[in-house]
Every structure is written in C-alpha cells, then in structure tokens.
Design a protein around this ligand. Structure first.
Ligand SMILES: *[C@@H]1O[C@H](CO)[C@@H](O)[C@H](O)[C@H]1NC(C)=O
Ligand SMILES: *[C@@H]1O[C@H](CO)[C@@H](O)[C@H](O)[C@H]1NC(C)=O
Ligand SMILES: *[C@@H]1O[C@H](CO)[C@@H](O)[C@H](O)[C@H]1NC(C)=O
Ligand SMILES: *[C@@H]1O[C@H](CO)[C@@H](O)[C@H](O)[C@H]1NC(C)=O
Ligand SMILES: *[C@@H]1O[C@H](CO)[C@@H](O)[C@H](O)[C@H]1NC(C)=O
Length: 427
C-alpha cells in the first residue's frame, strides 16, 4: 500500500513529537532526580551556633535559618515581608496536616496573610534556644536546594510544596544569630528536612552534618546518598564506626556511651548495684555551643583532665568553663592544642571510639587563656551528656535514619581535610 504525501507528513510530525516528548522527559528526569543535596552552613561568631541559607518562596529568596539537629520541622517568621505567589496553607484534617502530626484547626482574627488563615492546621512551634513556644500555621511553599554528584555542588532542584510552619515574629526573640528568619529542623519526623527531601526525591533516608570551625567559610549538610567528598577529593562518607541511634521521647537523636576516657584512662562514674558504671543517655544537639555534662560527671571529667595535664599551669576559669590553662604552655598540633585525647566509647561492633582532640576540646576563651570546652550541665539535665557543636565541628556525622545508626568520622583534620572544604561552586 502506498502512502500519500499528506499521510506521510502527518506520520512524520507524530514521530518527531514522540522523540521530542521522550527527550524532554528524560531531560526533566535527569535534572530532577538528584541522589544527593547540599546546604551551606556557616558559624555565627557571636553565638557560636550554625546557620544555613535556604532558598524559599516565589520569587526565590535566600533566607538564614538556625540549624536545629533535633527540630521537628522548618519554621519561619511569616509576620514580616512574606511575599510569595506560591504560599498555601493546607486545610485542617488534610493529609499534609496528618503528616505533620497535627489535628488542631487554626483560627486567625486579623486579615488573611501568610500565617493567618481560618481552618488551616495549627502546630506547636518551640524556639530551641529560649524554649518559648507558640501556635503557628502549617504551610507549604517552594523550596530550592543545590544538588551534588559528590564532589561539588550542581544544579538546584525544587520542592514545589515543601511543608513548614509559620511562626509569629515574637518567637524569634532571644540570643539567636543575627537576622535568622527561623529554624531548620533536621529531626527524624516526616516533615523535617531529611525525610521530606528523601520522600520527594526518592533517595536514602540519610543525612550528614559537617559543621565548620571556620568563621569565614562554609560547612555543609549532605542529604541522601553518599559519596560525600571534600577537597582535595577526600571521600569522607566511610565512617570509622557506627553506633545505634535512637530518638528520645522529646525527639532528640540519642546514642549510648559505654565510658569516657581521657588519655586512655576511664573517667570514674557511679556504679550500679551490679557494679557497672552508670552513664545515662547521650543526646546530640546543635543548639548549644559546648557539650554539657551532668554535674557529677563534669566534676569527675574535669578532675581527670586536669590530672592528665598537670604539667601545664592552670589559670582562673573563664565562665561558663570550669578548667582553663595558660595558652602559651600548650603545644600546637595538626588537630589543635596538644592536650590529652578524649574518647567517647560507643556501643559499636568494631569497639571504636569517637576520639576528640584539642581542636574539638579546647576553646580560646580570652587571649592567652584556653579552656576545656565542656560545661557543667547541673544536677538535673535533659541527658547525662548533651554533645554540643564545638565537639561536632570538622567531624562528619552520618544520621542513617533508615537503619537507625550514627556513623562518625572523628576529626577530619587527620584526613587532611575539614568541613569548610566542600566545593560550593555557586555559593
Ligand atoms: C476568620 O473567621 C472570623 C469569624 O468567622 C473572621 O472574623 C476572621 O476575619 C477570619 N479570619 C481570616 C484570616 O479570614
Ligand atoms: C567493622 O569490622 C568489620 C569486621 O572486622 C569490618 O568488615 C567493617 O568494615 C568494620 N566497619 C567499620 C565501619 O570499620
Ligand atoms: C552519682 O551519685 C551521686 C550521689 O549519690 C548523685 O548525686 C549523682 O547524681 C550521681 N551521678 C550520676 C551520673 O548518676
Ligand atoms: C609557661 O609559659 C610561660 C610563658 O611562656 C613560661 O615562662 C613558663 O616557664 C611555662 N611553664 C611551663 C610549666 O611550661
Ligand atoms: C570546584 O568545582 C568546579 C566545578 O567542577 C571546578 O571547576 C573547580 O576547579 C573546583 N574547585 C576546586 C578547588 O577544585
């Protein structure tokens, strides 16, 4: 059968349309199916807390958020200058509200604006520094984030309806880094950044925190699949050990320590009736600059540290620290001041230690005065050990939510890299 020319022409058009559709689809798929995403994080010098910049809204705006490892979601001040054409607030009892675990219907008496609508769902928002709280509206808007193939940052990808909460601006009062517009929660909930990003893009429920000690350069948070690479081409995604990770009733990432050692000598603790040392739970947070130790542990810990560094003259402690030395008498090493190593012995198949060197244990509290960067947490703390950000800097911590385990690298300075060495090509 012969085809006439108009039929042929028609078939050609259909054929080329098919090719166009296929190629643009595969383009879209290639561009929008990242395996790994990255956020910049910088250290705020006034508070020693860490801040990330996130692109949100339409048109996109880069906004600073405090990094809260245990935050249940991202929350943002919506009272002032919230201009976006893509803001929406899901109605109460919707699936978005149940993902966020709220069944409370919100009412607002002033005129409608972002954060103020009737019959949307209300969530309890807590400021992790002041612990003050307020009810805010659950909301959705565009979020854009850079992707990576491991070594450097690549194209941005969008989450069109990222779920977050709108807080009143009064909740941002307190000793927070300047200009922060809210708090970026990295907790283990369906609507915190890690799980919301992995369900959007279908990658591993895993993220890694690499906080920098630098005042001027950027650290990095990786979301999704390894490898995670830092300049000069170091793959830091293979940890020295893993330990079980649980979530406390208050939602904090929790690990258990078997012991704490200084210079390989165990810090003495109370023993149980069965003669075991009792070290309660350990949580990890990014909203305190230094590790807090329960009062009796703190006394024992600083006592042993002072004893192991007895050759170095002590000076009057500078609050909030309890043990300080004359900086001139400390040697300097690749991993910071030359002081005894502190080992956190974790439960791990490989019986490994999370080893803490001078760069993560000492603080220059004042010129010429170096203090042990651990603080007395009092007699009734949230947990016996609350690991704070100084001890996390230039370490890569991998929170593997799917397998409930924490991978730790110990100091990256030993691997001749650090957390400010991710190649943010467009940051
Ligand atoms: C919510 O409803 C109340 C009473 O029905 C009304 O006065 C108020 O203006 C409404 N608020 C908004 C934001 O529409
Ligand atoms: C732990 O030890 C096992 C067996 O010795 C080894 O195969 C594995 O790679 C080790 N894991 C780490 C994280 O070092
Ligand atoms: C150790 O025992 C003392 C005295 O009984 C008690 O005050 C303290 O809280 C205990 N410390 C820990 C870490 O359990
Ligand atoms: C500590 O440093 C001071 C000043 O450099 C020096 O005079 C002193 O001898 C040192 N002390 C010790 C114990 O090293
Ligand atoms: C960072 O990545 C860009 C893009 O691939 C590359 O051109 C640049 O050389 C890298 N920078 C360094 C210091 O390797």
């Amino acid at each position: 059968m012969a085809l006439n020319s108009s039929t042929l022409h028609f078939l050609l058009i259909i054929f080329s349309l098919c090719i166009l559709t296929v190629s643009s689809e595969s383009h879209a798929r290639a561009a929008f199916k990242p395996n790994t995403l990255v956020l910049t994080v910088h250290k705020d010098t006034a508070t020693n807390l860490h801040v990330t910049h996130i692109f949100k809204r339409t048109p996109l705006q880069s906004l600073p958020f405090l990094v809260d490892l245990n935050g249940r979601f991202l929350w943002s001040n919506c009272d002032q200058n919230y201009l976006s054409t893509t803001y929406r607030a899901p109605i109460c009892h919707s699936t978005q509200c149940s993902r966020a675990g709220t069944h409370y219907c919100h009412k607002c008496t002033s005129s409608p604006r972002p954060g103020c609508h009737n019959d949307t769902c209300g969530v309890m928002i807590v400021n992790p520094i002041t612990h003050r709280n307020a009810i805010g509206e659950l909301a959705q808007d565009v979020l854009s984030i850079q992707s990576t193939q491991g070594s450097y940052s690549g194209p941005g990808v969008q989450v069109p309806q990222f779920i977050f909460a709108c807080a009143p601006s009064s909740l941002l009062q307190g000793p927070l880094p300047n200009n922060v517009q809210g708090v970026a929660g990295l907790g283990d909930t369906p609507v915190a950044l890690p799980r919301q990003l992995s369900s959007q893009f279908g990658f591993k429920q895993q993220f890694a925190l690499c906080l920098t000690s630098s005042d001027t350069r950027y650290g990095v948070i990786f979301f999704g699949n390894p490898p995670y690479k830092l300049l000069p081409g170091v793959d830091v995604s293979v940890p020295i050990g893993y330990t079980p990770l649980t979530i406390s009733p208050e939602g904090a990432y929790t690990i258990r320590l078997k012991s704490i050692r200084i210079n390989n000598k165990p810090v003495p603790f109370n023993t149980s009736s069965r003669g075991e040392q009792v070290l309660g739970k350990t949580i990890i947070i990014t909203t305190a600059p230094y590790t807090l130790l329960e009062h009796s542990i703190f006394k024992s810990f600083t006592g042993l540290f002072a004893n192991q560094l007895s050759g170095v003259p002590r000076v009057n402690p500078v609050p909030p620290f309890g043990l300080c030395f004359n900086s001139k008498n400390l040697t300097s090493t690749r991993v910071g001041p030359g002081v005894p190593a502190i080992d956190l012995a974790v439960y791990s198949r490989n019986a490994t230690y999370w080893r803490i060197f001078g760069a993560n244990s000492m603080v220059q509290a004042r010129p010429g005065v170096s203090c042990l960067g651990f603080v007395d947490g009092g007699v009734n703390p949230r947990a016996s050990v609350v690991i704070g950000s100084l001890q996390l800097e230039d370490n890569l911590l991998q929170f593997d939510l799917a397998r409930s385990r924490l991978g730790f690298s110990s100091s990256l300075l030993f691997r001749r890299t650090n957390c400010a060495n991710f190649n943010f090509t467009s940051a």
